[in-house]
Design a protein around this ligand. Structure first.
Ligand code: IMP
Length: 422
């Protein structure tokens, strides 16, 4: 049975929410494998807009079951707000949403430490949602997991132990007021009462479903270039959004993965700090940002915008093993007379053979561009490939050839119906 991994191919915000929504009615399960409420997946159905941070957007299809995998870090308040929002919008989560017992919990000190770190000299430009500090505790083997909620004594003991250390750090290093242990314990006990019904042994649930012939779409958050191993380190998130993370983040073994689907925006954006070789500045960048409404779904921050980078996409294809892609926001480029596509990088006059992820190199490359003719028209009403202007088809053919990708879905607007399947 089909088990597909869906990844963001650039720096996140490729429009994964919409494509997961389109694809999810072909799957029995949609499972999220990493990240947390730093993600913001926007789906528009009719006149209603849904922005989901933790729950996979498959929840919007009533026959689909959704899993928050063990690789995700869960902010209790963000999760409860989202469940409440879905229920009040008439979308039932009962019996359809499952939370892995091995997922880690974001604690109040994680958010605080994220904000304190970001106020120092080494700013990453994080979302401030406590993601990095939570993964630090996970790998330091001090984390508090969903399963710990099931035994009050274990939970209290773990919170007490963690707070002893964190309060010391807050007081002695950061000169910050201590956090109240009892208040935090009460908050998390309260949280458990509300999410207890969703807690599951998710690896068994998913693997049994696959054995019974059911299909799974494994959904990543963020994007390849934000991967802690393969991205533009240190300007990355603290998890593995690349396809490799799908196995560790859900408990589905590599032998069960059938294919990898990449989501690619028709141009490039990035939120937060770090190198971005094809970035556009001044009026050019501003116009692309405005036309594409490039403002973060989680933080509202303006996204940095730039030309499509085929060299980067080639790297992303290699790291993820991307076979098929969906290209999103193609309609946004309709205002341009000419469109540039980066086909490689040069350093000291020499063309680079492979993608440099060392930022000291990446900060000093010169992108090599090819210029294509723009189509200068609104394509948001196109419903088949033949409705697209010749220059637009040329653009698609050029970027797929340069990046080595096969385009299977073209999105020409945020609505479900603004989608062309090839
Ligand atoms: P963190 O994930 O909040 O720690 O942030 C680390 C980096 O990843 C920052 O540059 C963020 O702007 C970026 N980031 C985190 N989540 C997203 C996302 O969903 N879309 C785009 N960028 C993100």
């Amino acid at each position: 049975m089909e088990v597909t991994v869906l990844v963001g191919s650039q720096w996140g915000d490729e429009g994964k929410g919409k494509i997961v929504d389109i694809l999810s009615d072909r799957y029995d399960f949609v499972a999220r494998y990493q990240g947390g409420a730093n993600a913001g997946h926007t789906v528009i159905i009719g006149d209603q807009q849904f922005i989901l941070h933790l729950v996979p957007s498959g929840i919007l299809r009533e026959n689909v079951k959704c899993v928050i995998g063990n690789g995700v870090v869960i902010d209790p308040q963000a999760l409860l707000d989202e469940i409440q929002f879905l229920e009040s919008s008439g979308i039932s989560t009962k019996g359809r949403l499952f939370i892995s017992h091995n997922a880690h919990l974001i604690m109040p000190y994680h958010k605080l430490l994220d904000q304190i770190n970001e106020s120092g000299a080494n700013k990453i430009g994080t979302t401030g949602r406590g993601i990095g500090p939570c993964y630090i505790d996970k790998y330091a083997r001090k984390g508090i997991r969903i399963v710990d909620l099931l035994d009050r004594n274990v939970l209290k003991e773990k919170i007490k132990l963690n707070l002893e250390e964190k309060n010391n750090l807050l007081k002695k290093v950061y000169n910050h007021a201590e956090l109240d242990v009892e208040k935090i314990i009460n908050e998390y006990v309260e949280f458990d009462k509300q999410i207890d019904q969703y807690i599951t042994d998710a690896p068994s649930l998913l693997n049994n479903a696959i054995l019974e012939g059911q299909s799974v779409l494994i959904e990543g958050a963020q994007g390849t270039m934000l991967d802690v191993d393969h991205g533009t380190y240190p300007f990355v998130t603290s998890s593995n959004p690349t396809s490799g993370g799908a196995c560790t983040g859900t408990g589905i073994p590599p032998t069960k993965i059938s294919s990898v689907f990449g989501i690619v925006k028709a141009y490039t954006t990035r939120v937060g700090n770090g190198p971005f070789p094809t970035e556009l500045f001044g009026d050019e960048g501003e116009e692309l940002r405005k036309t594409g409404a490039e403002f973060g779904a989680t933080t509202g921050r303006p996204r940095r915008c730039g030309w499509f980078d085929a060299f980067l996409l080639n790297y992303s294809r290699m790291i993820n093993g991307i076979e098929r892609t969906a290209i999103t926001k193609l309609d946004v480029l309709g205002y341009l007379d000419e469109i540039k596509v980066c086909v490689g990088y040069e350093k000291n006059g020499k063309k680079l053979k492979s993608y440099p992820t060392d930022i000291s190199q990446l900060e000093n490359v010169t992108p090599v561009y090819e210029t294509l003719k723009g189509w200068r028209q609104d394509i948001s009403g196109a419903r088949s490939f033949n409705d697209l202007p010749a220059e637009c088809k040329e653009y698609l053919s050029f970027i797929s050839q340069e990046s080595g990708i096969e385009i299977k879905i073209i999105s020409v607007g945020p609505k479900r119906e603004q989608t062309i399947e090839l």
